[in-house]
Design a protein around this ligand. Structure first.
Ligand SMILES: [Zn+2]
Length: 162
């Protein structure tokens, strides 16, 4: 998926780090670190600033990357900026019909507002979309026949999921 691996050597194993320090050391956004905490990165939030042990951070990040090959859950997309799987904001997505059989789900990352994508096949897009409220749209560029009739036909076929 083109993940840029963080340089984990920059995280000191036996020290606790604030969100700020981690963001600085890894060159990522503070929001990203907060997201990791939400996703299960152990953190001591009994004091301010919240502290994360270097060891936990390393474990979390290496686990995260080795899990990269697991299938995404229904309704999730991958945010390139957060480097994490997310359900789009407001649980809404557009489905851009790219070819008669391939489409792209498109939604907004709830953490950073980046547009996220997920490729779907016509036969299984409903499963991939999970509970998302999907609006079907035609992506004209890749269709063989750009006439309105052809587009309507493609959309209708997608709606039926056949
Ligand atoms: Zn994001």
């Amino acid at each position: 998926m083109g993940n840029r691996r963080f340089d984990l050597r920059r995280v000191k194993l036996h020290y606790s780090h604030s969100v700020e320090e981690i963001a600085k050391a890894l060159g990522c956004h503070r929001q990203t670190v907060r997201l990791w905490i939400k996703q299960g990165l152990p953190a001591d939030s009994s004091m301010r600033p919240v502290l994360v042990r270097g060891e936990d951070l390393r474990k979390f990040l290496s686990g995260k990357y080795s899990n990269g090959k697991q299938p995404m859950l229904p309704g999730q997309m991958y945010c390139l900026k957060c480097r994490a799987r997310q359900s789009p904001a407001f649980e809404v997505a557009d489905l851009i019909v790219v070819t008669p059989n391939i489409g792209t789900l498109q939604g907004m990352c709830p953490e950073c507002s980046t547009i996220m994508f997920r490729h779907v096949a016509r036969a299984s897009w409903r499963t991939s979309a999970g509970n998302l409220n999907v609006t079907l749209k035609a992506g004209q560029a890749s269709l063989d026949d750009n006439s309105d009739a052809a587009l309507k036909l493609h959309l209708a076929r997608w709606m039926e999921g056949k």
